[in-house]
Design a binder for this molecule. Structure first.
Ligand code: SF4
Ligand code: SF4
Length: 151
């Protein structure tokens, strides 16, 4: 189900452009509003839906998802930390689904730029950045570079 933008709701902030992993959300140079330039290349990840502060992005459902003539409305509610999907079938039947976006308060996760830069030494470390504390364990097993497993 690729996405599309309601241009009348979009204010051209560009958040969807920044987050789209397929680089298909672009700002129209004339109207200064976002559009999905290549729906068939959409990953259907819905990152843009979650990122849009104007709720201006919806999904265009395929016929295998619901019979033609339906609509899919997506609503991101930051205060509740949820994304709601409202599917309206052509006979008027409606189905609502609500999914949590996250389990921590909005804006509470630090960006990588807010952490100290890695040191020269850390590039030779077997652990990834912020391990083991981000995994909430005291320590992780490490490989012995001198142990070649020939014994
Ligand atoms: Fe890009 Fe994902 Fe949105 Fe598709 S659903 S336009 S791939 S961000
Ligand atoms: Fe428009 Fe929403 Fe994209 Fe901002 S995130 S440019 S409001 S569609």
């Amino acid at each position: 189900m690729p996405t599309f933008v309601y241009m009348t709701r979009c204010d051209g902030c560009g958040h969807c452009v920044d987050i789209c992993p397929s680089d298909i959300m672009h700002i129209d140079p004339t109207y200064r509003r976002a559009l999905n330039i290549e729906p068939n290349m959409c990953w259907e990840c819905y990152s843009c839906v979650k990122a849009c502060p104007q709720n201006a992005i919806d999904a265009r459902g395929y016929a295998d998802f619901a019979p033609l003539g339906h609509s899919v409305r997506v609503l991101r509610e930051e205060s509740k930390g949820t994304v709601s999907w409202k599917i309206k079938f052509r006979d008027g039947t409606e189905k609502d689904f609500v999914s949590p976006i996250r389990t921590t308060p909005w804006g509470s996760i630090k960006s990588p730029a807010e952490y100290e830069s890695p040191t020269e030494e850390s590039f030779r470390d077997q652990q990834l950045a912020h391990e083991p504390e981000f995994l909430k364990v005291d320590e992780l097993p490490t490989l012995d570079p001198d142990d070649r497993g020939t014994d």
